[in-house]
Design a binder for this molecule. Structure first.
Ligand code: PEP
Ligand code: MG
Length: 890
């Protein structure tokens, strides 16, 4: 026979903490606390299997559930010395839902169940009348709202009218008779609204509440919550029924919540709040301001009212001992609820406490030092994505702020600076060493220099995968995108945000973690990368197998990434170097040249600039591997777009605007993802790749000659689809190398490899690997080309897909394992079959995503490469991937 009901209390329990699947998190932990001998009011949990039964059999219960509940009621009645429905010794219970994981989308709690006209009179005699009638009217209101589905406002109105009639300002000004009268009016209201009376039968009340909990599992808000948090429907919820204890029985009673450590900072002290003479919901409701639990916290907050430590020293000591016991037992920071009833302490809940990233790191490191957990557990405790919070400046939480607009939280971190409306303006302001925020309707590749110069970026249009958002994340610049209420008039140098009008040079502050835009300067806090953070990262490094590199195009980015622990550059995109003001002219001359000789002349101007770029990067990387990708984007991206710009460029270059316009049109790629770009550009204009190869090789020689460590060079050809393409490029590059050897007497070692970013390349990996010495998976393009949706198009409707549940993950964030991932696995396997030991990495945006990193670990890649600010996230995720795969083998 199945066991449907598990009781707890009085120092023993039928369940334990390991039974969350069956008893729900709350029920399992109450059982565990009972087993530990802690003061837990007796109760019982109805299992999640009853919930499944309920839904499988048309909202009915197993026939043997009723006797099981009756028997459990008898047990807790004996423990509490009370009986449900007995006017002389009424048992009152709370009824709560409890899924395996905490689910705020579920049913609220019902308190004081078991009160009716008779038991309330009985309670009045046992305690005092005002308390009894107040409990009764609260119960009717709560039960009616949660179980009977009536609106709270009906009851609030009655309460307000009565208060007015009595001239009472606060609920506490109402006397026993008033409250009895209100309870009766509440019952009239139920009868009027529902056409049937409020249940007087206490068993009917109980079954009503149980049914409401199970029913709430399929409520729209629970369904939404489940979908958003990947919680399977089959899990079901448990119901926990527990004897009431009262924190509102006068000055020696209280109720509160406590954390065993400070959830914001991780500091080891009893943290939390309580209220004297109050019931649970009063603490969270915010009507009365709760007092801190510990004296030190009260002193820090300069609080006037006493802490629990001062007001109830004995209870505090007892609570402190229980907290210590629970922490050692669970080996994690606990978040608990307690009630003091006339001087006696009761524990109502314990669970692992939610915490900020800062607290998570400190607690993990402290607990390892205290011997509570080992290093692997400590590393496994931190949510990699949460580390982001620690790597960027954040807003000073105490600073005053004036919110003027909201957009999308596109790239984390806070930044403050003067408004600039164009990339050039931004660069100029930054050159004068003033902080600047680039404000654009939307950004394009031509804005890169301004985005780089800016502290942060704000756009009025564009989603999470807009150009501004993607590039800002890559650069580690805070970004708020799609702030639709902002109107920008760049020509006149003004923007409006609601009633605010701001001019060029005015100061704003943005918070890319929340999408907020503030007027004026708001104080910032700088990130701390040493201390506990450094300790934890070192532990992660000792565990992981995957190497972590960075995507960096400048010496600055390279240095930032090294500070964050990057072990090389996995992708240096060379095209960004061409957008600088002093280069774009030569780039355009190169593109517009009709004859090869003209093109070569323009390239000769670019060569020293490129060489200098690479020297800076190699110096910053001090002998670590650096993968440099040869030019990738279609050439039209470098050409002016509108007539005004075309005229300006033609003037500067001394050319004919009509010819320039014709050229721009001829070069325009209808589908900018594919076609005439990447290696195909290298095939039609081999001089470009030759110039780049020369710049790379000479730079490596120069750095070495100047005493720098020899760089581990990897030259990478983009967008290869056919082995023959790579073969041709290899011939050209090797020829350049041979030429340099002749000129300089030697050449640096280098590997030649390719990106795998087209499905054809993935399938042909066995062939391509005969030439390529390494592969780097370009999962940005591979995702676009595999699923047939471009990143730019994807934004809006992917959101819609995610909302509708068509997709559970955004494939541009997390590798789509069934399509893109399958191609990665195929390419890895075929590539290594023809070239054992072939070096494999990933340099698409996915390289910084924890779930994708797990996939890369499992697929046998050698490294992931991500933007500098994601490097610590990737180091941690790589360690967790290694821990998870070891666990799977065990
Ligand atoms: C890629 O396609 O994944 C890649 C890294 O190249 P890009 O994003 O520059 O196209
Ligand atoms: Mg690409």
């Amino acid at each position: 026979m199945a066991k449907w009901v598990y009781s707890f209390g009085d120092g023993k329990a039928e369940g334990n903490a390991g039974m969350k699947d069956l008893l729900g998190g709350k029920g399992a932990n109450l059982a565990e606390m009972s087993n530990l001998g802690l003061p837990v009011p007796p109760g019982f949990s109805i299992t999640t299997e009853v919930c499944s039964y309920f839904y499988e059999r048309g909202n009915s219960y197993p026939t043997d559930l009723k006797p099981a509940i009756d028997s459990a009621l008898t047990t807790i009645g004996a423990r509490a010395n009370a009986t449900l429905g007995d006017p002389n010794r009424p048992l009152l219970v709370s009824v709560r839902s409890g899924a395996r994981v905490s689910m705020p989308g579920m049913m609220d709690t019902v308190l004081n169940l078991g009160l009716n006209a008779q038991t309330t009179e009985g309670l009045a005699k046992l305690t005092e009348p005002r308390f009894a009638y107040d409990s009764y009217r609260r119960f009717i209101q709560m039960y009616s709202a949660v179980v009977l589905g009536l609106e709270h406002s009906f009851f609030e109105e009655i309460l307000d009218t009565e208060k007015e009639l009595k001239g009472a300002e606060l609920d506490t000004d109402l006397g026993a008779d008033d409250l009895r009268n209100i309870a009766s009016l509440f019952k009239d209201c139920v009868r009027e609204k529902l056409g049937r009376p409020f249940p007087e039968d206490v068993h009917e009340q109980l079954w009503g509440a149980i049914g409401a909990v199970f029913g709430s599992w399929q409520s729209p808000r629970a369904k939404t919550y489940r979908r958003l948090h990947d919680i399977p429907e089959e899990w079901g919820t448990a119901v926990t029924v527990q004897t009431m204890v009262f924190g509102n029985r006068g000055a020696t009673s209280a109720t509160g919540v406590a954390f065993t450590r400070d959830p914001a900072t991780g500091e080891k002290l009893l943290y939390g709040e309580f209220l004297i003479n109050a019931q649970g919901e009063d603490v969270v409701a915010g009507i009365r301001t709760p007092q801190p639990i510990s004296k030190v916290v009260r002193e820090r907050q300069s609080g006037k009212r006493p802490s629990l430590e001062e007001a109830m020293p004995q209870t505090f000591t007892e609570l402190q001992a229980i907290c210590a016991k629970l922490e050692v037992h669970y080996r994690d920071m606990q978040d608990l609820e307690f009630t003091v009833q006339e001087g006696k302490l009761f524990m109502l809940q314990t669970r692992s406490g939610k915490r900020t990233a800062e607290a998570a790191v400190k607690i993990a490191v402290d607990m390892e030092r205290e011997g509570l957990i080992d290093k692997k557990v400590a590393v496994g405790r931190i949510e990699p994505a949460a580390l982001d919070q620690l790597l960027h400046p954040t807003l000073d939480p105490d600073a005053e702020k004036e919110l003027i607009a909201m957009g999308l939280a596109a790239s984390p971190g806070a930044a403050t600076g003067e408004i600039a409306f164009t990339a050039d303006e931004a660069e100029k302001v930054a050159a004068e060493r003033r902080d600047v925020i680039l404000v654009r309707t939307e950004t394009s590749p031509e804005d890169i220099h301004g985005m780089h110069a800016a502290r942060g970026i704000l756009t009025a249009r564009g989603g999470m995968t807009s150009h501004a958002a993607v590039v800002a994340r890559g650069m580690g610049r805070p970004c708020v995108s799609g702030a639709g209420m902002i109107k920008i008039d760049a020509k006149n140098g003004v923007m409006t945000a609601g009633k605010h009008t701001l001019k060029r040079g005015d100061v704003i502050t943005i918070d890319g973690a929340t999408g907020s835009v503030y007027n004026g300067r708001v104080g910032l806090r700088q990130p701390e990368l040493t201390g506990d953070f450094g300790v934890l990262m070192a532990w992660a490094d000792a565990i992981r197998r995957l190497k972590v590199r960075t995507n960096a195009d400048t010496p600055d980015d390279a240095s930032t990434a090294r500070k964050f622990g990057a072990e090389g550059i996995g992708l240096c995109r060379t095209e960004h170097m061409f957008f600088d003001n002093d280069r774009i002219v030569a780039v355009r001359q190169m593109i517009l040249a009709d004859a090869e000789s003209d093109r070569k002349a323009a390239l000769a101007k670019l060569l020293p600039m490129q060489r200098q770029d690479f020297e800076g990067i190699f110096r910053a990387m001090e002998g670590l591997p650096v993968t440099i990708r040869l030019l990738d984007p279609p050439l039209h991206e470098f050409l002016p777009q509108d007539d005004e710009e075309i005229a300006a460029v033609a003037r500067a270059a001394g050319g004919d605007p009509a010819k320039l316009r014709a050229r721009a049109i001829a070069l325009h790629e209808a589908n900018p993802m594919l076609g005439h770009r990447g290696v195909r550009l290298g095939i039609t204009y081999p001089e470009i790749y030759e110039m780049q190869a020369r710049a790379i090789l000479e730079a490596a020689l120069n750095v070495e000659k100047a005493g720098g460590k020899p760089v581990q060079l990897e030259i990478m050809v983009p967008l290869v689809a056919w082995k023959a393409e790579l073969d041709r490029m290899k011939e050209r590059i090797d020829a350049v190398a041979a030429q340099i050897r002749k000129e300089r007497g030697r050449i640096p070692d280098y590997l030649l490899g390719t990106m795998i970013e087209l499905p054809r390349a993935a399938l042909q990996a066995g062939e391509i690997a005969k030439t390529a010495q390494f592969f780097s998976f370009g999962t940005n393009d591979l995702t676009q080309t595999t699923i047939g949706i471009s990143r730019d198009d994807a934004g809006m409707f992917l959101m819609d897909y995610l909302n509708k549940g068509v997709l559970t993950r955004d494939p541009f964030v997390t590798i789509d394992t069934e399509g893109v991932g399958e191609l990665v696995r195929i390419a890895a396997e075929r590539g290594r079959r023809s070239r054992p030991g072939l070096k494999l990495g990933i340099c698409g945006e996915h390289g910084g995503d924890p779930d994708s990193i797990r996939f890369c670990h499992d697929s046998g890649l050698d490294y992931v490469s991500c933007s500098p600010f994601r490097v610590p996230v990737a180091r941690l995720a790589a360690a967790q991937a290694a821990l998870a795969s070891v666990k799977n083998i065990d």
